[in-house]
Design a binder for this molecule. Sequence first.
Ligand code: GDP
Ligand code: MG
Length: 423
Amino acid sequence: MLTSICGINWGDEGKGRMVDLLSSDFDVVCRYQGGNNAGHTVINDKGKFILNLLPSGILREDVVNVMGNGMVIDLKHLSGEIERLREKGIRISPENLKISDKAVITMPYHVMQDCLEEDRLAGKKFGSTRRGIAPVYADKYMKKAFRMGELLHFDRLLARLPDIVEWKNLTVEGGYHAERVTVEAMREYFENYGLPPKDYICDVGVYLNEAHKAGKKIMFEAQLGALRDIDFGIYPYTSSSSTIAAYAPIGAGVPNLQLDNSIGIMKAYSSCVGEGPFVCEYFGEKAERLRALGGEYGAATGRPRRVGPFDVLASRYGIRCQGAREIALTKLDVLSDYEEIEVCVGYELDGKRLREFPFTDVLADCKPVFEKVKGWHCDISACRRKEDLPKEALDYIAYLEKACDCYIKYVSVGAEREAYIVM
Ligand code: GDP
Ligand code: MG
């Protein structure tokens, strides 16, 4: 059984916390795209964790975690993340962590290139997390990247290194006039941080196919949401990888297998970190209130997130892109403070109502259309059953289901593992 857990919106929907919760039913959790630009916050009986590279299943004793070929892996970051988790008593071994030999390595010069470019852009910046993600994916498709499996053939990797460094210096030194990348420094990076994870590296496709045959339940964990997907998101304000559920089997290492289910994580209101058009955005006091109520500051970067009410057009588009059959609606408790809750029910362009989420370039000219629904205006964070929820909260859920033509199966009312309701 293969299930994908994916983001319906702009990211930070609470995917990490839902993977942590739902993984109790799964044997394997795979990350299939992105790198350490992800920030998944998980709070459970072991403490509070922010995961950037490791799949969220790493916090469960009996779950095997896979980092797939669709990922880009910063070796230094990986080593630090493993260290931090071990200090908190989390067991990590080749038994419960498998890294694809085909996953791509993020190099220090990718991080450098990312920073150089953001600095060059200055006021026109895209809001990169400065973790080298766009440059490393670019190199992957330029076929100039290193892959994890090469660490197992270190002599050959070292033989390839000088050519790559020379090529990279055409950009770093030649283009940006920055300090030269040296072969020695890169060799040190591989030696210091690349040799320890060797035990985890394998053809994860072999493992996943065997697990699937044996009837194990496999979950794919996305980073970011549909609207940040490289193809379907608000390009160029997107991530550099496919965040879409249909890509999950490919990015995890099992292109031969098909998804049985896709669970979309959708937030009860909207948030968006970084740049790009965000039609439903709140400004001023309205924004500050919602940001404070939702604690909307980036898990990976600490940046204040832009916020707005639930966006019907964008969410409906996200649900379609993700092929989500079931929805987990998160952070409903954040709206408890409001007597009336606003919803962005559509966009207007040149005086006309749009029926579908439009092409990115058009978004800047769209005006949000807001509608108000009655709030419940009481604390719902202790609710654990559908019957515990006030009528207005149930109405809000039903309203979103109808507006987005979806099935909301789970609702979360707090950040802790158990703060959720099965509808
Ligand atoms: P992800 O990137 O999709 O995994 O989401 P993040 O972890 O970046 O952001 C979600 C934030 O909301 C985290 O700080 C979570 O602890 C928190 N959170 C998740 N679910 C809920 C919820 O139901 N209620 C509240 N109040 N906070 C939640
Ligand atoms: Mg996040």
